[in-house]
Design a protein around this ligand. Structure first.
Ligand SMILES: [Mg+2]
Length: 300
């Protein structure tokens, strides 16, 4: 198949009519909105578990971008897709991949606006997505807005990705407007809670103390911890949770929680931001810091 027939058959249907016909996309940005732009690349072997179906591989790539938009408090708008395809990729794979994108476009309200498809004579499959989101001007939520006394809040249970490596993440797109309203700082948990919370601490110039016992875990994770099948370090530092870690003023937490629950998300306060040396401490039941050999997934 040629590049053009692949685009016409599999990707044109995912875009607004005609959006892929020209050399570049022309986008009407809704009045009174700012664009928020994020990119994420997944290479077969590193980020894909080999057994991921083409559909799930597509959804996982799109969802990791949607999670970054949600962290910024941005509503999904459009995305660009760059595919580098090795020889063994066939039409069946492409159909599955495009089908996964189509399902998630409907689920999360985003459209394809363009990209590039190239064939590789050597090398592994690489999928790169650049997603654009929208926020009212000045309302994007930074990493650097936390203040001493703010609560450390997570938007859902952590650690399931560590136990079940084929799990599809579920980005918190539904509560992006609430993130804008209530979160003073925000990050998505892609590399592991201590590492990602560490980004908020570094940019905000604060420390954070969290209580391990307050972190929400699914029943499966609780059992694995209890039976010694995993450790607090593994469960917190594997990454790919794609929940959000937030700084929320204590007086705002109950309102935030009440509104988030209506959207099917249950935020949990697990600790506090304090003055300090940009360190994240995870405290055990007796208040002693757990010591970890690493804080999160190492990319290099
Ligand atoms: Mg991120």
């Amino acid at each position: 198949m040629s590049e053009f027939s692949i685009i016409e058959k599999y990707f044109e249907p995912l875009s607004k009519t005609g959006a892929l016909d020209d050399d570049a996309a022309v986008l009407d940005v809704p009045q009174g909105q700012q664009l928020v732009v994020t990119s994420d690349t997944s290479n077969r072997g590193d980020h894909f578990v080999e057994e991921l179906s083409p559909s799930d591989a597509a959804r996982k790539c799109l969802r990791s971008n949607l999670s970054d938009l949600a962290a910024m408090g941005a509503d999904p708008f459009v995305y660009q897709l760059n595919l580098a395809l090795p020889k063994e990729i066939d039409e069946q794979w492409l159909a599955g991949f495009a089908g996964g994108l189509e399902a998630d476009q409907k689920e999360f309200g985003i459209l394809l606006s363009g990209g590039d498809t190239t064939a590789m004579s050597a090398g592994a499959l690489s999928v790169s997505i650049t997603a654009l989101g929208l926020v009212p001007p000045g309302e994007a939520v930074p990493r650097g807005g936390a203040q001493p006394g703010d609560l450390v809040v997570v938007t859902g249970p952590l650690g399931d990705a560590c136990l079940d490596r084929l799990r599809l993440p579920y980005p918190r797109t539904a509560i992006a407007p609430l993130i804008r309203r209530y979160a003073k700082a925000s990050v998505d948990i892609s590399d592991g809670l201590p590492a990602d919370l560490g980004h908020i601490c570094a940019v905000s110039g604060l420390a954070a103390q969290i209580e391990f016992a307050k972190i929400p875990f699914s029943k499966k994770v609780q059992e694995a911890l209890r039976d010694g099948k995993t450790t607090p370090q593994d469960i917190l530092t594997w990454g790919e949770d794609y929940e959000l870690a937030l700084a929320v003023a204590p007086e705002d937490f109950e309102s935030f929680k009440a509104e988030a629950v209506k959207q099917g998300v249950e935020p949990v306060a697990i600790g506090d931001f304090t003055e300090g040396n940009q360190e994240v401490q995870v405290l055990d039941e007796s208040g002693k810091p757990l010591s970890f050999q690493k804080t999160g997934w190492q990319h290099f």
